[in-house]
Design a protein. Structure first.
Length: 568
């Protein structure tokens, strides 16, 4: 919010032109938001206002215990119009321009008996036209919402709303989004199935959904490239969104003991086995969770058996799935993301989220850090994403008390300054917290040490064990190096020639991921520069100890040497 503070009417006008208000009239609720699309931070889609009204247009069209559909009642229409009128006033308060508001409606409005009357009432109240998405557009916008939630994605896509569910395939690489030209929408939303389960046999429904998904998968025409990718990787990646699947995701989160990021569903990933096991429990045993689930309302909780039914039946028809990823991106996020130019969509959300906090010469810090990173060994994710973001955030906590710095840094992407940034996976949030914690020396109280271990475990469960252990290792290595670099250059200004790294034997051939990667890093110090005083030498001794400890039992074997020379 503070980044959008303005002091003059002219500044307010500029900010207003960068703001867009979006209303998503869904089946289970109506969502309101105001977001900034200013180019410098549009990729993380910063939201300055967000609200939700729990009016279910799907339920409103059915009398209790009745199969027969009815028009949206006048009382419900009036409640929606009152909420719209309030949002119009809020948009005026924020300075959103009249042309900067979009109202988008989906399944429940599209299929309503009195849809036109409902939309006309909103227009008469606010002067805003309602965009009515057809099934194909709804699937396309939903896929954009999912794409906005991650850096890159490639796999199958499932959206589960209240009235319907969509299935497609999706790829987003370098900002270019590709989806099926024939996405399929099926009438099996969470609310719709919950209602049908009151009147129909669940086994009959199961086989109906199973057959529908089998035919749907044929229609979406998955490209050969994706089929081959799934074959190589041991299954498809499945990207999920929609309220029903988010509720299932939160149920999964609540069952993982000591999970370190329990409050953010966007970017959470789990194995297919975990996903299908909880779905089967909900479906086969009508297993409503006995405990309250964070961020799952009683109404959403009552729909979980229907969600379990859908997932169980669908997954019996879909090809092998390896990992399931949960997205908070929906129609709101999809509408906004679809408006961004490709060059902005191609930006890395972690780099954009951390960039406002970068020191003036962050690129110099990164250049120095990379001189100690043997390119052949370092995972791309660490070298190209974590290392630059670490340099951007290296001084954010410099004003904190010394004993607080590592702890605050550990939480930077979970409850800290970039926690609200859209597009960060749980793995990314964990890695940047681990790196930044070690940049401040990594000295933690026991409770926070356990939290750091949990973050490391989160990363290690997200893919190949050996690969993920290497990513954690290199992340800690980068953080420990930055502890020394920032100690030598604490003011954001790097002087050439007084402190450098040199890699020795960093180009040895590694034939497989289990091979030992051995190399030496020589810290080159000027003998007569005041910046490399005793306190800095103390940090280098700490670096040697920490890297020795880090290398113990690891496939990465690093020795830190020191070379002192006279500086002319």
């Amino acid at each position: 919010m503070s980044s959008l503070h303005v002091d003059t009417e002219d500044e307010a006008d500029v900010v207003g032109r960068a703001l867009i208000g979006i209303v998503d009239i869904g089946s289970n609720g109506i969502r309101f938001s105001i977001s900034s699309k200013a180019p410098h931070h549009a990729r993380t889609m910063p939201c300055v206002f967000k609200d939700r009204v729990g009016i279910s247009l799907f339920d409103a069209q059915y009398a209790e215990n009745s199969k027969d559909k009815r028009p949206i009642p006048t009382q419900v229409i009036n409640e929606v119009c009152a909420a719209m009128k309030r949002f119009r006033l809020i948009c005026e308060d924020f300075g959103v321009q009249e042309s900067g508001v979009r109202i988008v409606a989906t399944e429940a409005t599209r299929e309503a008996v009195n849809s036109q009357e409902f939309r006309d009432a909103i227009y008469d109240t606010t002067g805003w036209e309602v965009e009515l998405l057809n099934k194909e557009d709804e699937g396309r916008i939903g896929s954009y919402g999912v794409a906005s939630s991650f850096d890159t994605i490639s796999g199958l896509f499932m959206d589960l709303g209240g009235g319907s569910t969509q299935i497609s395939w999706i790829q987003c690489i370098n900002g270019e989004i590709k989806i099926s030209s024939n996405p399929v929408s099926l009438p099996y939303g969470a609310a719709a199935l919950t209602r049908r389960l009151q009147f129909e046999d669940k086994k009959d429904l199961y086989f109906e959904i199973q057959n529908a998904y089998r035919e749907a998968f044929k229609k979406i025409d998955v490209p050969q490239q994706l089929l081959e990718e799934a074959e190589r990787n041991g299954g498809f990646e499945l990207y999920s969104c929609g309220g029903g699947l988010r509720g299932l995701g939160y149920a999964l989160l609540s069952d993982i003991k000591d999970y370190p990021i329990p409050t953010i569903i966007n970017g959470f990933s789990c194995s297919f086995n975990d996903f299908i096991n909880v779905s089967n429990f909900l479906f086969l045993k009508d297993g409503l969770p006995q405990k309250d689930i964070f961020r799952v309302s009683d109404r959403r909780r009552s729909q979980l058996p229907a969600v379990g039914l859908l997932v169980s039946a669908a997954c019996d028809s879909l090809p092998k799935i390896k990992t399931v990823h949960f997205s908070e991106g929906g129609v709101r996020e999809g509408v906004l993301y679809s408006m961004l130019p490709r060059e902005i969509r191609a930006q890395d959300p972690l780099i954009i989220a951390s960039r406002p906090y970068a020191p003036l010469l962050a690129d110099k810090y990164l250049e120095l850090l990379r001189t100690a990173l043997p390119e052949k060994y370092v995972p791309r994710e660490v070298r190209e994403r974590i290392a630059p973001a670490l340099c951007n955030l290296a001084f954010v906590h410099c004003s904190y008390p010394k004993e607080l710095q590592p702890t605050a840094a550990l939480h930077v992407a979970t409850t800290g300054i970039i926690a609200g940034s859209h597009g960060l996976s749980h793995r990314t949030r964990a890695l940047i917290g681990i790196a930044l914690c070690d940049r401040w020396g990594g000295d933690l109280p026991d409770s926070e040490e356990r939290h750091k271990t949990a973050l490391c475990d989160l990363v290690k469960r997200d893919g190949s064990r050996v690969e993920m252990e290497r990513i954690v290792w290199w992340t800690k290595y980068c953080g420990t190096l930055m502890y020394v670099i920032c100690g030598v250059h604490p003011g954001g200004n790097i002087r050439d020639g007084v402190f450098n790294f040199k890699i020795v034997n960093g180009d040895m051939e590694v034939k497989n991921e289990d091979d030992k990667r051995k190399f030496d890093v020589i810290v080159q110090l000027s003998n007569d520069d005041i910046k490399t005083s005793a306190s800095v030498r103390g940090r280098i001794l700490t670096l040697q100890k920490k890297i020795r400890k880090l290398s113990r039992g690891s496939s990465e074997k690093v020795k830190i040497g020191v070379e002192v020379y006279d500086h002319c």
